[in-house]
Design a protein around this ligand. Structure first.
Ligand SMILES: [Zn+2]
Length: 300
């Protein structure tokens, strides 16, 4: 992965005007951010070390409470906190941490972690949903070195479908890094995701980053499977060279959830929503992406 130098987004005069008028109308407040990361201090410190060595410069380095405050300042009404585990035995601890944050901050919606194949993985899922009242399960294919169609992942996804909670699976190839110790470009493929959706027709699935870098294929897949959603995190921030086709994104707006990946990003919390507000033409499509889809999805 080539890490770009941070540049301001480039907007046409028309886009600048659209952003200005939406901001004036208050349309950049009351957002639902379906992709944030709230971790204990020690995990944040480990993430900062990893990103400093292997990826981009994380800009905001406050603790979880400070991240929640910052999101509120930047217009977020609800934030979906995605935990993920990098080794066996930590999921339960992360899930309890997220559940406590949800108790303290009603604007936080918690999604639990599990490492598929770790001891008691299904019991960890059951505890996260049943006892801790988390609202879904997150799996990161790169971090876990597991493909979405791996039998261990499939078992967890089947349990999510059975419990009627969404799974959020980083199943896209990017952002890739040799530091994951696995070739994410062969581990991940939209064909694998398609086969999972065929085999688990009741699964509600969110694929972050619009499935980067198979943007067009993932957006097309949302036309075929009504349980499939994508989030925008980092894919619509004008940071990487490649992103989705904006006309296709707008045509599929009913399945797109605004998300930021905050605070694991090399820019300010409001960058991604500014780009979306400048580039999405239709007001209904913008409202769907910025809040309406997520309000329906996470409250259902
Ligand atoms: Zn993320």
């Amino acid at each position: 992965m080539r890490v770009p130098t941070l540049q301001p987004p480039q907007f046409s005069t028309e886009q600048v005007e659209r952003l200005r008028s939406r901001r004036a109308a208050g349309s950049l407040r009351g957002l639902w951010d379906s992709h944030v990361h709230l971790f204990p201090d020690a995990i944040y410190a480990a993430l900062h070390r990893w990103f400093d060595a292997n990826a981009w410069n994380i800009q905001f380095r406050g603790n979880a409470e400070a991240v929640v405050d910052q999101l509120v300042v930047s217009g977020t009404a609800k934030a979906v906190a995605l935990a993920f585990a990098h080794k066996p035995g930590v999921s339960g601890y992360l899930n309890r941490f997220v559940a406590e944050l949800c108790q303290a901050h009603p604007q936080v919606i918690g999604v639990g972690a599990v490492l598929p194949g770790e001891p008691d993985d299904l019991a960890i899922v059951d505890e996260a949903i049943g006892r801790l009242h988390l609202r879904g399960i997150k799996i990161h294919c790169h971090v876990s070195k597991l493909a979405i169609d791996d039998p261990r992942v499939m078992r967890v996804l089947a349990r999510c479908a059975q419990l009627h909670v969404p799974a959020v699976v980083h199943a896209g190839k990017e952002p890739s890094s040799a530091a994951y110790g696995v070739n994410t470009r062969t581990l991940c493929d939209v064909a694998r995701t398609r086969s999972v959706l065929r085999r688990l027709p009741d699964l509600k699935l969110v694929v972050p980053h619009i499935g980067a870098d198979e943007f067009a294929d993932y957006l097309e897949l949302t036309r075929q499977f009504e349980g499939l959603y994508v989030d925008t995190a980092m894919a619509c921030a004008d940071y990487f060279d490649h992103g989705p086709d904006w006309a296709q994104l707008e045509a599929c707006a009913d399945r797109v959830l605004y998300g930021t990946d905050y605070p694991i990003v090399p820019y300010d919390a409001d960058r991604e929503i500014s780009v979306l507000a400048a580039r999405i033409v239709d007001d209904g499509a913008f409202a769907a992406i910025a809040r309406d889809n997520a309000a329906r999805f996470w409250q259902a």
